[in-house]
Design a protein around this ligand. Structure first.
Ligand code: NAD
Length: 497
């Protein structure tokens, strides 16, 4: 059994405090032991980071870029190793894990263009003999706190940009699947990144709270559930930090009467049941419009029944287990409550048992319809393979229903009509919109972020907004008069002559 330790100052560092088991979601057997940090672990990492960051910020842009290129190559070579580790700890299939690593790689590629993106502005003669210019500087030591569902991709939304712009980064990954982050730390070291610029501190609430309040941490990026996003946003903001906190989601896919039903159903099924519904851009709600409802239910039931549920290590698996016993029980309870409230279970995965994995966190694809719009199984984030199908009469009602959600992460519309697609993208109060695309996750060189209770703070993640988040602008006004030139200073506020 392996011990997963912190990565501080370029080496594995054991905890002086407590440990916690890491469980295989397919069996609930203990597969590793995680060392948990506390305020003193955080302080140790921050002190190392402060020294490392001062030197790192002096390293030329081209040398930083070269390290990012080497890191990209090492990540490609290590994709198989990282994907296996993610699959073992998270439960998702190896192919799915490879997909998230490839999406993380996009942000690394964006970070290799830092020489271009960090160019400032320059205006000659803003006043006679006076020039004005701006450039962006790193914040210092910054922290990232990430969720279990994308143990590679979500941290990669943060650290490549933070590091390439000259910051030192401390990552606190999820305690459920922490090992991928230690591999990434090793790869950065092999790529030539100085020790202390990327560090990993493991732990739970104590570690998170210490990161949010440490006086030498300038900014905190968080991705996770809405209640913790609100807590992190409030705590770190009160401590004077820049904060971006991405929260939960309840993404709706609207299926218009003119949609190709088979296509829409297969796309919604991949969004609802892929990775057991544990994606922030999953599609846990479909909204059928007009007379397409029963036809869609038949098509989605056929899609759900095609899926093979099993452990992520089995190449035949389409849908893996959910992360914990509690997560499984929550999905089942929410399906039970839906049924008690008069909901119709079109597909019922509650009783599913996978042969040989009787103790795993498996629950089959489940489809519920005929739920009132205020039922918690519809309004709350389930974060499991449970699809709620709502029904409305027309496009306007669909927009109203989607906009009534307190979440605003992603949404999709399935239609053959450019008119309704265009109206949807305009009227919907959601940060990321797919048109005939179920999981509209922006590529690495755009930014990712939701609205409403799906994001707290000003900046979306990665891409141009990530670059802005991890840097601050400096504006310089300069004059170089000849030594013998005597310029009288005026007592009036300066104007530009
Ligand atoms: P979570 O909120 O439980 O945990 C996220 C992080 O916060 C982890 O590192 C965890 O250790 C820490 N944490 C947990 N409880 C804490 C507490 N009481 N105080 C301080 N820190 C605490 O989320 P999760 O279960 O790991 O991930 C699933 C959630 O993340 C879902 O709600 C999903 O929608 C969301 N998510 C959102 C996005 C997005 O882009 N908006 C992306 C991925 C996941």
């Amino acid at each position: 059994m392996t011990d997963v330790k912190h990565w501080i100052d370029g080496r594995e560092t054991a905890s002086t405090g407590s440990t916690q088991p890491i469980l295989d979601p397919s069996t609930n057997e203990e597969i590793a032991t995680l060392h948990l940090g506390d305020a003193s672990t955080v302080d140790q990492a921050v002190q190392v980071a402060r020294t490392a960051q001062r030197e790192w910020a002096q390293v030329s842009l081209s040398k930083r870029t070269q390290i990012m290129y080497r890191m990209r190559q090492l990540l490609i070579e290590a994709t198989g190793e990282i994907a296996e580790v993610i699959s073992r700890e998270h439960g998702k299939t190896v192919a799915d894990a490879k997909g998230e690593i490839a999406r993380g790689q996009e942000t690394l590629e964006f970070a290799t263009s830092i020489t271009q993106d960090l160019k400032g502005g320059f205006s000659e003669n803003v006043s006679t003999g006076v020039d004005g210019y701006t450039f962006r500087q790193p914040l210092g030591v910054v922290a990232g706190i990430t969720p279990f569902n994308f143990p590679a991709m979500v941290p990669f939304w943060m650290h490549p940009i933070a590091i390439a712009t000259g910051n030192a980064f401390i990552l606190k990954p999820s305690e459920r699947d922490p090992s991928a982050s230690n591999i990434v730390a090793r790869l950065y070291q092999e790529a030539g990144l100085p020790d202390g610029v990327f560090q990993v501190v493991h732990g739970g609430k104590d570690t998170v709270d210490a990161l949010c309040t440490h006086e030498d941490i300038a900014a905190v990026s968080f991705v996770g559930s809405t209640p913790i996003a609100q807590h992190v946003h409030a705590t770190a903001s009160a401590a004077g930090k820049r904060v971006q906190a991405l929260g939960g989601a309840n993404n709706h896919a609207v299926v218009m009467p003119d949609a190709n039903v088979e296509f829409a159903a297969s796309q919604v099924a991949s969004g609802a049941f892929g990775s057991a519904g544990e994606r922030c851009m999953a599609v846990p709600v479909a909204v059928t419009v007009g007379d397409i409802h029963e036809q869609f239910l038949e098509a989605i039931a056929a899609e759900a029944e095609k899926l093979t549920v099993g452990p992520g290590s089995d190449p035949a698996t389409d849908m893996p287990p959910v992360i914990t016993k509690d997560a499984r029980e929550r999905v089942i309870r929410m399906a039970d409550e839906a049924e008690q409230a008069g909901g119709r279970l079109v597909v019922d995965g509650r009783g599913l048992v996978v042969d040989g994995y009787e103790n795993g966190n498996f629950v089959g694809p489940t489809v519920v319809t005929d739920l009132p719009a205020d039922h918690p199984t519809y309004t709350e984030e389930v974060f499991g393979p449970l699809l709620v199908v709502m029904h409305v009469n027309n496009f306007d009602e669909a927009v109203e229903l989607v906009n009534s959600s307190r979440f605003g992460n992603g949404t999709a519309i399935f239609t053959g009509s450019g008119h309704y697609a265009r109206r949807y993208q305009e009227e919907i109060e959601v940060g990321m919109v797919g048109i005939n695309v179920p999981i509209p996750t922006p590529v690495g060189y755009y930014s990712f972020g939701g609205w409403k209770d799906s994001l707290f703070g000003e900046h979306h993640a990665h891409g141009p907004e990530g670059l802005e988040f991890y840097t601050k602008q400096k504006a310089v006004t300069s004059r170089w008069p000849h030594q013998e030139e005597h310029l009288e200073a005026s007592m009036s506020f300066p104007t530009h002559d």
